[in-house]
Design a protein around this ligand. Structure first.
Ligand code: GEK
Length: 243
């Protein structure tokens, strides 16, 4: 069970650039649930998708696995034998806590402390980037997706969840207002919301939904679809199939 400590980080600290350090790892479960609308649903559906697409004796990768919530979601969805999950994160503080959580996994999990850009992908049937690509420099995203694609089996899928932006200024402003209202409804104050916004500037870089789909196609994925959207948070599925 993940320990749920209330996130009051931004009542106390100033808006320094956001980092996945020990302070964040302590409150992360509460933080992500109260900050990402639909986060719980993405976890539930990661299980469903893993159930449908995990192939026998294949690997599943959870890139930016944090405390292991998406890793366990994958594990609980798998219905076939011989699979292994590789959870990767470059925050040691996150991985230390993750190690304690994944002991309940019904599927073997190997944790890797590394930049996801250094991972060698092989024999993958399901790959998850649940709100992680947004932290990779824009110009490095295509190369990462190409390597994921190359390490995937035919019939494999990539689940890509992201905070997104909208070209239309009116639509963009409305989504931001809705998201910030959601956060206030979750108990964050105006000050916490604005400090977090500043702290994430230049750290979390959102792109448009169409830019994501275009890049998935450029990386080799034959088809992709958006299966979930709540305000400016979306999740997409990209398919490796015969062209
Ligand atoms: C969940 N998937 O609970 N290499 C490895 N890890 C990275 C990198 C990188 N280059 N950049 C960021 N991370 C999880 C939530 S959180 C999303 C994912 C969020 C890691 C970072 O340390 C953090 O643990 C995770 O990616 C992103 O479903 O905080 O919005």
């Amino acid at each position: 069970m993940v320990e749920n400590v209330k996130d009051i980080l931004f009542t106390q600290k100033d808006a320094a650039p956001f980092a996945f350090d020990a302070d964040v790892s302590r409150v992360f479960e509460d933080m992500i649930q109260r900050s990402v609308p639909g986060y719980g649903l993405t976890l539930q559906m990661i299980s469903v998708i893993a159930g449908l697409y995990t192939q026998e004796n294949s690997k599943l990768y959870d890139l930016g696995c944090s405390l292991g919530a998406s890793t366990l979601a994958l594990a609980h969805g798998v219905k076939v034998g011989g699979s292994q999950i590789i959870g990767v994160d470059n925050s040691q503080a996150m991985l230390d806590k993750c190690a304690g959580h994944i002991t309940s996994s019904p599927v073997p999990v190997k944790l890797q402390h590394d930049d996801i850009q250094n991972v060698r992908f092989e024999d993958a049937s399901v790959v998850v980037l649940n709100f992680t690509l947004q932290f990779i420099a824009k110009e490095e995203r295509l190369a990462l997706l190409q390597r994921i694609y190359a390490g995937m089996r035919q019939g494999g899928v990539l689940i890509l969840s992201e905070k997104v932006s909208f070209a239309d200024e009116f639509v963009q402003d409305k989504h931001i207002a809705l998201h910030e209202s959601f956060k206030k409804a979750q108990g964050y104050s105006e000050l916490e919301v604005s400090r977090k916004r500043q702290s994430l500037e230049n750290v979390l870089i959102p792109e448009s939904i169409s830019a994501h789909h275009a890049r998935l196609q450029a990386a080799g994925f034959s088809k992709s679809q958006t299966w979930f959207q709540c305000f400016n948070f979306v999740s997409m599925l990209a398919y490796k199939t015969e062209k």
